[in-house]
Design a protein around this ligand. Structure first.
Ligand SMILES: *Cc1c(COP(=O)(O)O)cnc(C)c1O
Length: 415
């Protein structure tokens, strides 16, 4: 095995294609895929030392695998952390974070606008084990500060939020956490290190769903925690190796190759999203557009500072309507009129996806919870892919321009 030395000062675009390569004796130029559960030991004494963790060397893929290590090194290089710990999914990264840092009696402060399964993990699953979570506003730092208790160990944020793209002030939350003796984790799924590096802003941990932009082509489910060697070795790896929510080497390999084009994709998809958001904002059928790249976004300046001047690839908008029944009919009409956008709640793909959050990702909320979250029946979310932007515009225009002429009297009132 040869790990070729790289110069110390490389740009992240270069790191994205060169870090994490441990070449075999064959000298392959692309990353090898070590699809194996076990590793042959040269002799019994070496096996003893490796199993006792006295010597480095692979033994069993639940404990470590070179393809997975390669992905971890590449992702860590992009996030600017010492290391990363890969997990089977984004959700298992958040579970590992919690298992590694928290115990019964501890308290967590979490944004109320995080991913739905993250909400259920903190509010439901972890509460069974005596870990209490207070949910606070995504944007009001004062609420985070006043939720702090002596037993608060973790603050958890995700920015921009899904689907309304509200922005957390990462540096301000890091100050709140550290002043209270707690740690800050940021789910960086929407921006990725191509746009936003939470650790540079003071966060202690970065969470990823590799399922989204890191793979970027909608192929695998994957996750990771980016962190220091100390937290990886003392808090996360011992738990991961015991409970086994490890990333498959095949999925790690797919994500590794995805990281090579991450920054190109994020920039191209953000540019298209900005064009679409600007165009949507000027359409008479659209009541409001939610996109951090637009100067009209409430946290536009913070977003531009935190996200390398780009808004990301998710755009949401409210269809103008007189009431909730008409709003849903109109939103469904626009969604069903598309021929290029695909109806799915997944995001981070090269293929543009379109979704109606009120009846899908946020469908299980009560009307009151949905209203509090600002998710109306006219809201449409688009996760912009790599298609030509003009084709996406025409695709949305097909539904939008037939809204006025089409008679859409409410047929049902089952909202
Ligand atoms: C999808 C997603 C997750 C969960 O990731 P999985 O890979 O589906 O487990 C967590 N956070 C955010 C922001 C997500 O979009």
């Amino acid at each position: 095995m040869t790990v070729h030395a790289l110069p110390d000062t490389l740009h992240s675009d270069t790191l994205a294609v060169h870090v994490g390569i441990d070449r075999s004796q064959y000298g392959e130029n692309s990353e090898a895929l070590y699809l194996t559960s076990g590793f042959v030991q040269p002799d019994a004494e070496t096996a003893r030392r490796r199993f006792a963790m006295e010597e480095e060397g692979y033994t069993y893929t639940r404990v470590g695998n070179p393809t997975v290590t390669g992905m971890e090194q590449r992702l860590a290089a992009l996030e600017g952390t010492e290391t990363a710990v890969a997990t089977a999914s984004g959700m298992s990264a958040i579970l590992l974070l919690s298992m590694g840092l928290l115990r019964c009696g501890d308290h967590v402060v979490c944004s109320q606008s995080v991913f739905g399964s993250t909400l259920r993990l903190f509010a439901g699953e972890l509460s069974k084990f005596g870990i209490e979570t207070t949910f606070v506003s995504q944007t009001e730092v004062a609420q985070w500060r006043s939720a702090m208790r002596p037993n608060t160990k973790l603050l958890f944020a995700e920015t921009p939020s899904n689907p309304l793209t509200d922005i957390c002030d990462i540096a301000a939350l890091a100050d709140v956490a550290h002043a209270g003796g707690a740690l800050l984790a940021v789910d960086n799924c929407f921006c990725t290190p191509a746009l936003q590096r939470p650790v540079a802003l003071g966060a202690d941990f970065v969470i990823h769903s590799g399922t989204k932009y890191l793979d970027g082509q909608g192929r695998v489910v994957a996750g990771a925690i980016c962190c220091s060697h100390q937290f990886a070795n003392d808090a996360f790896l011992p738990v991961l190796r015991t409970v086994g929510m490890v990333l498959s080497p095949f999925n790690a390999w797919v994500v590794t190759k995805g990281l090579e084009t991450l920054s190109l994709r994020m920039r191209a998809q953000s540019d298209s999203a900005m064009t679409l958001a600007t165009w949507l904002q000027a359409r008479p059928e659209v009541a409001r557009v939610y996109y951090p790249g637009l100067p009209s976004h409430p946290q536009h300046r913070l977003a531009m500072h935190q996200q390398s001047g780009l808004g990301g690839a998710v755009v949401s908008f409210d269809i103008a309507a007189s009431d909730a029944v008409q709003a849903r009919l109109r939103a469904f009409h626009v969604i069903d009129s598309t021929q290029v956008c695909r109806i799915t709640t997944n995001l981070g793909d090269t293929k543009t996806t379109i979704a109606h959050p009120a009846t899908t990702s946020h469908g299980r909320l009560t009307d009151e919870q949905r209203q509090a979250a600002g998710i109306g029946q006219g809201l449409i979310r688009i996760a912009v892919g790599l298609e030509h932007c003009a084709d996406l515009q025409s695709d949305l225009l097909r539904g939008l321009q037939t809204l006025q002429t089409r008679s859409m009297s409410p047929t049902t009132s089952t909202l």
